[in-house]
Design a protein around this ligand. Structure first.
Ligand code: FES
Length: 74
């Protein structure tokens, strides 16, 4: 989420990155291996909302290489 915002790309959020609002959810198109593992909070939200493994909370992951993502509101 920080990298997106620093790049001028809007990221929806109302919890300030606390893994609560789920508004920052993005779909990973390519490079999911280049994202950090899920945090416990992110895993909890995945269980509740039944997201696919290609969807990540951008506030909960760090980028370690090239990725391609999309969001429903872009
Ligand atoms: S900013 Fe709220 S869950 Fe990511």
């Amino acid at each position: 989420m920080d990298i997106l915002m620093e790049s001028g790309i809007p990221v929806a959020s109302s919890c300030g990155g606390q893994a609560v609002c789920t508004k920052c959810l993005v779909k990973v198109i390519e490079g999911k291996e280049n994202l950090s593992p899920e945090t416990p909070d992110e895993a909890d939200m995945r269980d509740i909302h039944e997201w696919s493994r290609d969807e990540r909370l951008s506030c909960q992951c760090t980028v370690q290489g090239d990725i391609k993502i999309d969001a429903s509101y872009w």
